[in-house]
Design a protein around this ligand. Structure first.
Ligand code: PLP
Length: 417
């Protein structure tokens, strides 16, 4: 029986969400649109299968077909990122990080990651997260002048703190990190080096961002951000860590893997190895550069709006509203009214409270997936700039957003889900 008959209320939620995604411009930096093929696998009968264990070594019968899917996902992940080893079972990025930490260090050991308030992730040592509860944490911060990670300071802190693992990676940081420098500091202090590339993995896959894999003991990632696959996680690394990581994921952290998602990861990795994906990631980067340029122009600066670090090397821009009349919450609401979805984000050393903030995080991956190129990113950047300058006619901005959305239909040809 179709969903619309079994559960019309949930069917209505899906319809409404599809319309929202189609009619608005998605600029949350961690979101993307999974292709139809990935959605198809996620909605398949693979969801029915229990497969605790690993290919060829399962605790359940009947795994001959899902083994093929998991092996494909593993081989494609290794080949895409040049890794010796891959575990494709983590249900999400946070689970991948929990398993990576548990494979590398013991409870009570010390981890050193970028502070949440400066762009790090919850799992990099935030006090209410498992990472902050299980491990000692020495958080590093960005430089108060440049808003960049200063590797000399990271080294000084690592020498003083002697962490057992150092984490490179971020959820809100507009520049590339120096993985070689992290590696050398980790070696100097006898720490493991783990990179969480959840945000920029798609850029790495396309060869448009330095690859942390050769320098790191372990690399974790989500698959649903720039990589545009199913909502999930993955762990890559050196063969020497394979056994520990596999055991940390199962039975350490998880029970049965989500085989419909594991198979969908295989599809996403295949797509990410293609030329079209690379061209799309080039548009992601170009869009972010166009946005940063527009949001540093004189008319915007006059309204007290600027961009942290003055630009971007990646798929997102961090808007600095510390000198603007608008706070992060007001700016997020205003853009929402205009039909653009972003999230407010604390800037480092933010004077406003965390629920309000003085910043916005704006990303280009989802719109690049939708087909946007330089012309459309120039238009959307101007819509955002006009809104943030204040006093704009929001209905007029909404009309400009609608035109862009109509010109680039999302999931064309699929009226139902
Ligand atoms: N790591 C980083 C750097 C992230 O930005 C995120 C999510 O935002 C995660 C891990 C966690 O991913 P998930 O939400 O899939 O648990």
């Amino acid at each position: 029986m179709p969903l619309s008959q079994v559960d019309p209320e949930i069917a209505a939620v899906i319809d409404a969400e599809l319309s929202r995604q189609r009619d608005t411009l998605e600029m949350i930096a961690s979101e993307n649109f999974a292709p139809r093929s990935v959605l198809e696998v996620q909605g398949s009968v693979l969801t029915n299968k229990y497969a605790e264990g690993y290919p060829g070594r399962r605790y359940y019968g009947g795994c001959e077909h899902v083994d093929v899917a998991e092996n494909l996902a593993i081989e494609r992940a290794k080949s895409l990122f040049g890794a010796e080893f891959a575990n494709v079972q983590p249900h999400a990025g946070a689970q991948a990080n929990a398993a990576a930490l548990s494979a590398l260090i013991q409870p009570g050991d010390k981890m050193m990651g970028l502070s949440l308030a400066h762009g790090g992730h919850l799992t990099h040592g935030m006090k209410l997260n498992f990472s902050g509860k299980l491990y000692q944490v020495a958080a590093y911060e960005v430089d108060p002048q440049t808003f960049r990670v200063d590797m000399d300071k990271v080294r000084e802190q690592a020498l003083a703190e002697r962490p057992n693992v150092i984490v490179a990676g971020w959820s809100a940081y507009p520049r590339q990190l120096d993985f070689e420098a992290f590696r050398s500091i980790a070696d100097e202090v006898g720490a493991y080096f783990w990179t969480d590339m959840a945000h920029f993995a798609g850029l790495v896959a396309a060869g448009l961002h330095p690859n942390p894999v050769p320098h790191s003991d372990l690399v974790t990632s989500t698959v649903h951000k720039t990589l545009a696959g199913p909502r999930s996680g993955v762990i890559l690394g050196k063969e020497a860590f394979a056994k520990k990581v596999n055991s940390a994921v199962f039975p350490g952290q998880q029970g049965g893997p989500l085989m419909h998602v594991v198979a969908a990861k295989a599809v996403a990795f295949k797509i990410a190895a293609g030329e079209e994906f690379k061209v799309r990631q080039e548009r992601v980067l170009e869009g972010a550069r166009i946005l940063a340029e527009r949001l540093t122009a004189a008319d915007v600066a006059e309204a007290g709006v600027s961009v942290l670090t003055g630009g971007t090397d990646v798929h997102l821009v961090l808007v600095d509203l510390r000198n603007s009349d608008l706070d992060g919450k007001q700016a997020e609401d205003l853009l929402h009214e205009a039909g653009i979805t972003v999230n407010r984000n604390a800037v480092p050393f933010d004077p406003r409270p965390p629920m309000v903030t003085s910043g916005l995080r704006i990303g280009t991956p989802a719109l690049a997936t939708r087909g946007f190129g330089s012309t459309e990113f120039t238009e959307v950047a101007d819509i955002i700039a006009t809104a943030l300058k204040g006093g704009a006619d929001v209905a007029a901005l909404r009309a400009r957003v609608k035109k862009l959305a109509d010109d680039f239909p999302l999931y064309p040809g699929h009226e139902e889900w």
